[in-house]
Design a protein around this ligand. Structure first.
Ligand SMILES: Nc1ncnc2c1ncn2[C@@H]1O[C@H](COP(=O)(O)OP(=O)(O)OP(=O)(O)O)[C@@H](O)[C@H]1O
Length: 590
């Protein structure tokens, strides 16, 4: 991630958390009030001490001591009870706010188009959804409350000091003034570095995640040490940034420790001369010094609280950077229902597509019709846009020009949920989740019964090995399905594609990872499935082409030729050349 630009004010960023805090405002305000009362109780104690010193002690009598002493004990209990209430009152709101924000970011990530996920590193998303949200929870649970309460306590303490003696109050106020200037500089500098550290933390998470997912490749290529070195370098950079943070906060900390001490020294100087001149009592000076000592925690904590506030505002910015990303592939305002029952006529009309605005146009006017029940194989040289074209059917991305229709209805006019029930996709890379076989297959149709799951597994030639798994459908398969062989993963992914009996199948060469024997089995099963549905199958091997009724050849962003395999083979030299490069090892069957 690049170094963050100068961020906006911490408080403007935090303001955006308002809607999350609003439902809990009563509890949050009550918690702040309880804490203010606790602090007020604490600040009253020095006044009681003054009344004891200047009263019973100055008069040398013990009668009259009992009530102030009892009062101090009661104030102590009240302070403790109010702190307990604060903690209890904040527990629910803070955990709810965190859970709500986590839900929102996850739901938004699901809605965001694939192009967003292409641009963003997964570790950055992970650190926003986990680390940044715990920072925000900590703000609501503690930092925010004490920032308000401690500021008020400082003001309250100064009022008490001025009411005890004007000059004592002024001494403490003057000694605290430099703190305001130092805090302002700190606020400006610290947020930039806090943001940088959070971004670097996200980069580190990305490296860990990628190396965990790609562990087989790394081991096979002996690249573990290289990744370890990369990780160590990133960790070192992060360590440097953390040290920079410490250097910035050290200045504030130094001032925070020094200035109150100077204040107390000044109080003793002013107080002692007042007592000698007879303008001040000992009780007043002791009370003032006790109040100043009581203000140590609010003063000391200000540095830490400001640091945490800046950290939270950077975390909030990072959170909203994701939430502010527009959902470009969304339900239309006025959705049209798909044909019922669907026939499965898939048409591409003058379809254009480019990945990025101003980028190269990958598809430049694709026209193709796949008739109901027909299987069309899509072939083309590598990088011509076959995968891109198939991704446009379920609207993983939107066409930049032209339209795709199913039974005459533009896919962009349908609700996404309707479209994705109508169209099912299998990718070249079968992605499985750390869940049971049943859950992995039923992802294609959440209300599928066990019978339907078994039927889909049978068709995908996967029922045999699933039956042999220790817990059958309930067997959990590892993250990415790594405990299964490549062919088994592919077949499970295929079962998922067909379990909902979609009207249109889009297969991005799902047979590529299968060995010749298994591939033949799946092909046979697929033939059965494909006979009932419309299918567009990206084919990298001549054997996959054999599954199709017709073949469409993609070249230069357009469909260059369409026909049966035999027709094209007989009459199209470009097709013959292409087939010979697709898979040299396979015999081309005419
Ligand atoms: N997210 C992306 N952003 C920008 N360009 C992309 C993106 N994904 C793919 N491309 C480019 O679009 C072009 C078409 O890619 P696509 O994967 O559709 O080709 P393909 O025909 O399926 O290739 P193959 O046969 O090798 O699988 C390629 O030049 C590729 O580099």
């Amino acid at each position: 991630m690049e170094e963050a630009e100068q961020p906006r004010s911490a408080y403007r960023s935090l303001w955006r958390l308002g809607p999350y805090a609003r439902p809990w405002r009563r509890r949050l305000v009550l918690a702040i009030v309880a804490t203010i009362c606790a602090m007020a109780a604490g600040l009253t104690i020095p006044l009681m001490i003054q009344s004891i010193l200047d009263g019973p002690i100055a008069r040398g009598e013990t009668t009259g001591l009992i009530w102030p002493v009892l009062g101090i004990a009661l104030l102590g209990f009240a302070e403790a009870g109010l702190f307990y209430c604060r903690r209890k009152m904040l527990a629910r709101p803070t955990t709810h706010i965190e859970a709500r924000m986590r839900h929102d970011i996850y739901a938004h990530l699901q809605r965001l188009p694939v192009s967003f996920h292409d641009r963003w590193q997964s570790g950055q998303l992970l650190s926003r959804a986990v680390t940044d949200l715990s920072t925000i929870r900590g703000f609501f649970a503690f930092v925010g409350v004490f920032l308000v309460v401690n500021s008020l306590t400082l003001v309250g303490g100064l009022v008490v000091l001025f009411s005890l003696d004007f000059w004592l109050g002024l001494t403490v106020l003057i000694s605290a003034l430099p703190l305001i200037a130092i805090s302002t500089v700190f606020e400006r500098k610290y947020k930039v570095v806090a943001r940088l550290a959070q971004d670097q933390d996200g980069d580190l998470a990305t490296t860990v995640e990628e190396s965990a997912l790609g562990i087989r490749v790394l081991k096979a290529f002996g690249r573990g040490p290289h990744l370890a070195a990369k990780f160590a370098k990133q960790a070192k950079v992060l360590r440097g940034t953390e040290l920079h943070k410490v250097r910035i906060s050290s200045l504030l900390w130094g001032a925070i420790v020094l200035l109150p001490e100077i204040g107390i020294a000044g109080q003793l100087l002013v107080g002692t001369s007042g007592i000698v001149n007879g303008t001040m009592t000992v009780g007043t000076l002791v009370a003032a010094v006790t109040v100043a000592a009581y203000l140590r925690w609010p003063t000391d904590s200000i540095g830490w609280l400001l640091a945490e506030t800046n950290q939270t505002s950077a975390a909030t910015d990072r959170y909203f950077e994701v939430l502010d990303e527009p959902v470009t592939v969304a339900d239309p305002a006025d959705p049209k229902p798909p044909a019922s029952p669907p026939r499965g006529l898939l048409r591409f009309d003058n379809v254009h597509f480019r990945h990025t605005e101003g980028g190269k146009e990958i598809l430049r006017g694709v026209d193709l019709e796949v008739r109901p029940g027909e299987t069309v194989a899509l072939v083309g040289a590598t990088g011509t846009g076959k995968t891109t074209l198939t991704a446009l059917v379920p609207r993983l991305a939107d066409v930049t020009e032209g339209r795709i229709t199913i039974d005459g209805v533009n896919v962009a006019d349908m609700r996404l949920a309707d479209l994705r029930t109508l169209v099912s996709v299998a990718f070249e890379e079968p992605v499985l989740f750390s869940a049971s076989v049943r859950e992995n297959v039923a992802l294609g149709s959440t209300d599928a019964t066990d019978e339907q799951v078994w039927e889909a597994l049978r068709v995908a030639q996967a029922d045999g090995f699933v039956t042999a798994l220790p817990w059958g459908l309930d067997t959990r398969i590892g993250e990415q399905g790594l405990s299964l062989s490549g062919g088994q993963r592919q077949r499970l992914a295929l079962a998922r594609t067909i379990v909902g009996r979609p009207a249109v199948l889009v297969l991005d060469d799902p047979l590529s990872a299968l060995d010749v024997h298994t591939e033949a089995e799946v092909e046979r099963a697929l033939r059965e499935v494909l006979s009932g549905v419309t299918a567009l199958v990206v084919a990298h091997r001549p054997s996959t082409v054999q599954l199709a009724d017709r073949v469409a050849m993609l070249a230069d962003g357009r469909i260059a030729a369409v026909g049966t395999h035999s027709e094209l083979l007989a009459g199209n030299s470009a097709y013959r050349r292409l087939l010979s490069t697709l898979d040299e090892s396979e015999e081309v069957r005419a």
